[in-house]
Design a protein around this ligand. Structure first.
Ligand SMILES: C[S@@+](CC[C@H](N)C(=O)[O-])C[C@H]1O[C@@H](n2cnc3c(N)ncnc32)[C@H](O)[C@@H]1O
Length: 267
């Protein structure tokens, strides 16, 4: 069974990930690098993927451990690291483990979850287990940045089940494949707050061959106060809630992101 929302099962996702335009242009890197620098490190990135945020953090002089369950995403990250200078590489450690249950034998000043890996956990038990692991890995006064999206009420009731949508720009991979990506909501479980989502990649190979690749996964949405209760229940104090990576306060835009800066409460 795949516990990493398809990332473990399908190698094509890791292969295409760094080229997808909205991922490549995602405006969160400076925010996470700044937080890492403020913390002084070491940092743990939960669900580090291909190193989109992890590598710039290491370049900024911060020691960082990247945790991910997908061997494919970690392979791409290792390949990218091979092209970095030795001092950057020496600041990075990668571990293939499940974020629901891990023990790394190290404590961190900051734990981050850039680009919503936490929402791949679909049950409260899994969320609590993950947050307990994160808390255990924080030094006294250490912080967690929990990065999730703020669910759009309009989006949740839109009558577009099974329809493909999205108008992302086409991208070309270094080996000449042209790719257009579309989105689909396959099903909505409103009682458990889970959308089954499909990301569909239409690939045209240099020889003209066409391929349709589908990455399906469940995505759990959390509302603001639910997430706050979860964090407090897990032994965190909420310090900030942001709506974007420029630190605009929550409620300044809708739906926006839902970014919590939470401090480990107690000892
Ligand atoms: C959207 S990607 C984000 C990657 C990276 N943080 C970034 O910002 O580009 C989500 C990542 O979460 C990882 N993931 C999903 N479920 C996981 C789990 N249970 N344990 C560890 N990693 C998981 C996936 O393999 C994937 O690399």
């Amino acid at each position: 069974m795949d516990f990493s929302a398809g990332y473990e099962e399908y190698a094509f996702i890791a292969d295409l990930y760094d080229h997808v335009v909205p991922y490549r242009d995602r405006p969160d890197v400076a925010f996470f690098v700044e937080a890492a620098k403020e913390s002084g490190g070491p940092v743990l990135e939960v669900g580090c993927g291909t190193g989109r945020v992890l590598i710039p953090t290491a370049r900024a002089g911060i020691d960082i451990v990247g945790l991910d369950l997908s061997p494919h995403m970690l392979d791409v990250c290792r390949e990218r690291l091979r092209r970095e200078p030795e001092d950057v590489r020496s600041r990075v450690q990668l571990v293939q483990v499940n974020m629901r249950d891990f023990e790394l034998g190290q404590a961190f000043r900051l734990v981050t979850t850039p680009f919503r890996p936490f929402q791949h956990l679909t049950t409260v038990d899994d969320q609590l287990s993950c947050l307990a692991c994160i808390r255990r890995h924080l030094v006294k006064g250490g912080k967690l940045i929990l990065d999730i999206f703020n669910p759009s009420l309009e989006g949740l009731v839109r009558d577009n089940l099974g329809e493909e949508f999205g108008d992302e720009p086409e991208f070309t991979t270094p080996d000449g494949r042209r790719v257009v990506r579309r989105h689909k909501i396959v099903s909505r479980d409103r009682f458990n707050q889970i959308n089954d989502v499909a990301l569909i990649y239409y690939v045209t190979h240099p020889d003209g061959r066409e391929e349709r690749l589908v990455h399906s996964f469940p995505m759990r949405y959390l509302f603001r106060f639910e997430a706050e209760h979860l964090l407090v229940r897990s032994g965190f104090e909420i310090e900030q809630v942001y709506a974007d990576y420029n630190k605009s306060p929550y409620s300044s835009k809708y739906p926006g992101e839902l970014i919590f800066v939470a401090k480990k409460a107690g000892g």
